[in-house]
Design a protein around this ligand. Structure first.
Ligand SMILES: Cc1cc2nc3c(=O)[nH]c(=O)nc-3n(C[C@H](O)[C@H](O)[C@H](O)COP(=O)(O)OP(=O)(O)OC[C@H]3O[C@@H](n4cnc5c(N)ncnc54)[C@H](O)[C@@H]3O)c2cc1C
Length: 392
């Protein structure tokens, strides 16, 4: 693809920048840079209001198809928006699961009623979603899902336990992978269900408290919870769920890299100012390599923008960006030396983490969620390279 910004994109950039500058004042300006991984709890109410502000401005759903999104935005304009968003340091998004995972899935596999019911609320920044895939015995091996759903007069009753559910407390809805065919095993007999979260006595959300003191994700217990329907039809849940995972792994790569660029810039500035490079040539070498790898990922993302159907592409993208981001986290603490240590001491009065300490700690998760590195390598080995299946 020939990727270049044209006059329309320049006008779009001007509109986006002007809008962000005008809106990022008061409480929204105070929430700038808050809510990133590890800081999901920060300024939650302000960030909810910010989502509505984005919706009213027409900035949610730029990547959806023309019939459903807020406005028609070309791929280059979506990149422009992501660049301006990162540049403005606007608060981290609360609505990304609905906007970037559920909505494209509904557009691809949902029926007209489901699209009409959910897409407008997501586009207005008023309807939030969480992802109910993982269970205590079904993480990497997602086909081991044991949560069951029983048909009940056009609806379903769902019973089971989900775990590591991000944003379950903020979400109004959860998409749940559950077994609708009794006695089925592995990928067969699963359905992709839409479950409202507000069901006291039938849904119990328990935050998982982490070492850091925060609760980034939750356990979700379902006890006969009502699901309003399936997406893609009963028994087709695996296909729908995998399509959604491909979105999580790959499609948003370019947008994500724009955020990476901003983070790398901060690490580079810190390294240049701190004097650490005077006596650490290896660190200097690693920083340059990190920059070169990001350039390469970006060129590749631009080159393959909008191209779909390559079976290995989401796994390759996930492997590359997950590992790269994790290494950036390591560099972020290395450039600061001893001052990077967390906890009360000479350089920090509390256990409160700053942005770079968070970058280090929370990028450890990048090689786990959305399918771990080992799982991506297995997918590439078996489905792309035709190597023998791993021993089980
Ligand atoms: C920050 C974060 C947010 C998350 N948010 C959500 C969410 O919103 N909703 C949701 O449903 N889930 C969520 N998850 C869960 C995530 O999808 C799982 O953690 C992931 O799929 C791995 O599953 P597991 O934790 O059970 O680890 P396991 O599957 O038990 O894996 C443990 C280790 O064994 C390795 N391993 C497992 N199987 C194989 C194999 N066949 N070959 C080689 N190595 C293997 C893995 O790579 C890993 O290193 C989140 C996770 C994180 C870290």
């Amino acid at each position: 693809m020939d990727f270049a910004f044209g006059p329309d994109d320049t006008a779009f950039r001007h509109e986006a920048r002007t809008w962000l500058e005008a809106r990022l004042t008061g409480a929204f300006a105070d929430a700038a840079g808050h809510g990133a991984p590890g800081g999901e709890h920060e300024r939650a109410r302000t960030r909810l209001a910010w989502e509505r502000e984005l919706g009213a401005g027409g900035w949610i759903g730029l990547g959806w198809d023309a019939d459903h999104g807020n406005r028609r935005a070309t791929l280059t304009q979506q990149v422009v928006w992501a660049e301006e968003y990162a540049r403005s340091r606007a608060p981290a998004r609360l609505g990304h699961i609905g906007e970037n995972l559920l909505a494209p899935t509904l557009i691809a596999h949902g029926d007209k009623d489901q699209q009409a019911r959910h897409l407008p609320g997501i586009a207005r920044g008023e309807e939030f979603w969480c992802q109910g895939y993982s269970e205590p015995g079904a993480g990497s091996d997602l086909a081991s899902v044991r949560t069951t759903a029983v048909a009940d007069g056009g609806r379903y009753r769902v019973t089971g336990q989900k775990i590591w559910t991000s944003l379950a407390r903020e979400a109004h809805w959860c998409f749940v992978l559950a077994r609708t065919e009794p006695g089925s095993t592995r990928h067969r007999g699963l359905s992709f269900l839409l479950v409202p979260m507000d069901q006291p006595g039938r849904i119990d959300v328990r935050p998982i408290r982490q070492m850091s003191g925060t609760s980034e994700f939750n356990e979700v217990f379902l006890d006969g919870a009502e699901a309003v329907g399936t997406v893609g039809g009963e028994g087709n849940g695996w296909r729908v769920a995998m399509g959604l995972l491909a979105l999580e792994r790959g499609v948003s790569t370019l947008v994500q890299q724009i955020g990476f660029e901003e983070e790398l810039g901060r690490v580079l500035r810190l390294a240049a100012a701190g004097g650490v490079l005077d006596h650490d040539p290896v660190l200097r070498d690693r920083l340059v390599r990190q920059w070169a790898e990001l350039r390469t990922m970006r060129w590749n993302a631009l080159r393959t923008l909008g191209r779909t159907g390559d079976p290995g592409a989401p796994s390759v993208a996930k492997l590359l960006w997950g590992g790269w981001h994790r290494r950036l986290g390591e560099l972020a603490v290395q450039v600061r030396g001893a001052a990077a240590a967390a906890g009360p001491g000479a350089w920090s009065p509390s256990y409160e983490l700053d942005a770079l300490q968070r970058l280090f700690l929370f990028t450890r998760a990048d090689t786990i969620y959305g399918g771990s590195d080992e799982i991506q390598r297995n997918i590439i080995a078996e489905r792309v390279l035709g190597l023998p299946r791993e021993l089980r």
